[in-house]
Design a protein around this ligand. Structure first.
Ligand code: SAM
Ligand code: SF4
Length: 323
């Protein structure tokens, strides 16, 4: 079992299968972002091997993320292989929804039962402005298809004067569709060409806006993530708040991340990373990588250090480490 010095049990891996994306969400990456060279990335076989090492060390849940995980060539094979792993209890996916129709068959046949889909606006123009490329109608059509087979949670990044006027509409949409929805406070990850503090809005403000229309009932729903959930009275839906700034959640952190270039990231809010790709390629057996992972956990930071002014203090983009 993996455990850090603060007695936190680590049983959750977020695996970034690519840093590339077919969108360029303004809060996530700059328009002219440079992606990592392909030869530096883990192959699909290496990703599966690394995932297996983590599973053997006690990881029970893996979330495939990115970048946009569904644009990675070979992702079907990775999903298949991980789905066949009997020791893995849960496989999940975070996606922008653009490729859900094309990947439906492989997803339906997989272990994936829950999918998180990013949705920051329900207005086509605003959606385009935020994602720079994305097409709202395509994403909504894909959600219509996917909801027949998967439990859907929407992820919405909160941005003052950009999408805060849509908070109620987004919740109403989630309620109509029987989806859950989480609102995420912007995190200062990577230089995106503007100061995120100009559009920062915290979860408490979002909750107050929602309570103008909905009654939120206290609830102890937990999904193993950092969100605090409230039941929306009279519906099947929950609204969650991921609040790194206003409600620090690090005490219950149960996760580590592996980026597509094979680095272990012990905390989203710190730049330190451990090279796993080299020992993975240098050794035919897994022992050296297992030892390195176990030893590295002694350096897992107690908490992120995002500050309320929302200034960038981590140089990596969220799309690099895996959101
Ligand atoms: N491309 C997929 C997607 O958009 O869902 C998966 C990767 S994305 C990096 C994962 C999540 O991180 C998304 O919900 C996205 O909105 C969120 N995200 C990206 N940059 C962020 C930031 N700086 N602060 C807070 N959330 C961010
Ligand atoms: Fe791509 Fe997701 Fe980042 Fe948007 S949030 S640019 S969809 S990785």
């Amino acid at each position: 079992m993996l455990q850090d010095p603060f007695k936190r049990k680590i049983n959750y891996l977020r695996l970034s299968v690519t840093d590339r994306c077919d969108f360029r969400c303004q809060y996530c990456m700059s328009e002219d972002i440079e992606f990592m060279p392909k030869h530096q990335m883990l192959t699909i076989e290496e990703m599966n091997r690394l995932a297996n090492i983590f599973i053997n060390l006690g990881v029970e849940k893996i979330r495939l993320t990115g970048g946009e995980p569904l644009v990675r060539r070979g992702v079907n094979e990775l999903i298949d292989k991980l789905s066949q792993n009997k020791k893995l209890k849960e496989l999940t996916l975070t996606t922008n929804g653009s490729q859900l129709d094309q990947k439906l068959d492989v997803l339906k046949q997989s272990k994936i039962k829950r999918i998180n889909v990013s949705l920051d606006s329900l207005c086509s123009e605003n959606f385009k402005k935020i994602t720079r490329i994305g097409n709202l109608n395509e994403v909504l059509a894909n959600l219509e298809i996917a909801k027949e087979y998967f439990q859907i949670k929407l992820n919405t990044v909160l941005m003052k004067n950009i999408n805060d006027h849509e908070i109620i509409d987004l919740v109403s949409y989630a309620v109509e569709q029987n989806f859950n929805i989480s609102f995420i406070e912007q995190m200062p990850l990577g230089e995106i060409g503007y100061d995120r503090s100009t559009s920062f809005i915290n979860s408490n403000e979002a909750k107050k806006i929602i309570e103008k229309k909905y009654i939120l009932e206290e609830n102890n729903k937990r999904t193993g993530g950092p969100a605090v959930y409230w039941k929306i009275k009279g519906s099947n839906s929950f609204v969650g708040f991921i609040s790194p700034h206003s409600h620090n959640f690090c005490d219950s952190c149960n996760r580590v991340r592996v980026s597509a270039d094979g680095y272990l990231h012990l905390c989203l809010g710190h730049d330190e990373k451990v090279n796993l790709i080299e020992p993975l390629r240098d050794h035919d057996t897994d022992h050296a990588v297992e030892r390195l992972i176990i030893d590295s956990l002694s350096n897992k930071p107690k908490s992120h250090e995002f500050n309320l002014e929302n200034k960038t203090n981590v140089i990596r983009f969220m799309s690099h480490t895996g959101g």
